[in-house]
Design a binder for this molecule. Structure first.
Ligand code: FMN
Length: 197
């Protein structure tokens, strides 16, 4: 009786870390991957706030993830008040959960926002042309006004959220025994250790 088919990262911290970043990177390219739509958590006035967002970019070298949003959305004010955030992904096919601690920053009108805006398509720009801010009350959902002015293409409302990852918690579910690890960014490198699942 040999070992059941286990992934190469099963008992290997470095490979688990690489697999975590690879899962995130796939989420940028593959619209069907669960990592394409992670949950982003911020701290609101009265407690934690969570919402689904599209993962637009992921760079393991700089430890940064990128999301796009409307600068008038509640999350932007929450990040300004408290930059601590978290990101959650569960990929049921891979049987991997990732919990990331992040420092969040908002970019409005700067070079990063300009680059990101240049890469957006017209249909994605439409949602930034809504005249009232996201989350404002409306009396009739059929009458949410969008800008009729062609020069207002949504750029004024566009914001990039950049997440600098400071801790990664990895959980791999396996019948043979789960594997849980944490990776902390300290003194310029990732330091991993196994945890009881
Ligand atoms: C599949 C999916 C993808 C979403 N992608 C984004 C996104 O990329 N950016 C965004 O601001 N909101 C996105 N939303 C909407 C947010 O979940 C949320 O409702 C909205 O941003 C308001 O959040 P806030 O009031 O906490 O700022 C998405 C929702 C879903 C269901």
């Amino acid at each position: 009786m040999g070992e059941p088919d286990l992934p190469d990262f099963y008992n290997d911290l470095d490979r688990s870390l690489r697999a975590a970043w690879s899962l995130l990177a796939c989420g940028v390219k593959d619209r069907k991957a669960p990592a394409h739509t992670p949950v982003l958590a911020t701290n609101g006035d009265s407690g934690p706030r969570v919402r689904t967002v599209v993962l637009r970019a992921c760079d393991p070298e700089t430890r940064r993830l990128r999301f796009h949003t409307d600068r008038r959305s509640h999350k932007v004010a929450e990040i300004a008040a408290d930059p601590a955030g978290a990101v959650h992904v569960y990929d049921p096919k891979q049987k991997v959960q990732l919990r990331l601690d992040c420092q969040l920053s908002v970019h409005i009108g700067d070079e990063l926002a300009q680059e990101a805006w240049a890469a957006t398509r017209d249909f994605s720009r439409v949602c930034y042309q809504v005249m009232q801010g996201p989350g404002e009350a409306v009396s009739d959902p059929r009458e949410v006004p969008f800008s009729a002015d062609d020069s207002k293409d949504g750029w004024d409302h566009f914001a990039v959220i950049s997440a600098l990852v400071t801790r990664i918690e990895w959980l791999y579910l396996a019948a043979h025994g789960h594997r849980r690890a944490e990776f902390l960014w300290q003194e310029g490198d990732w330091h991993g250790r196994w945890l009881v699942p």
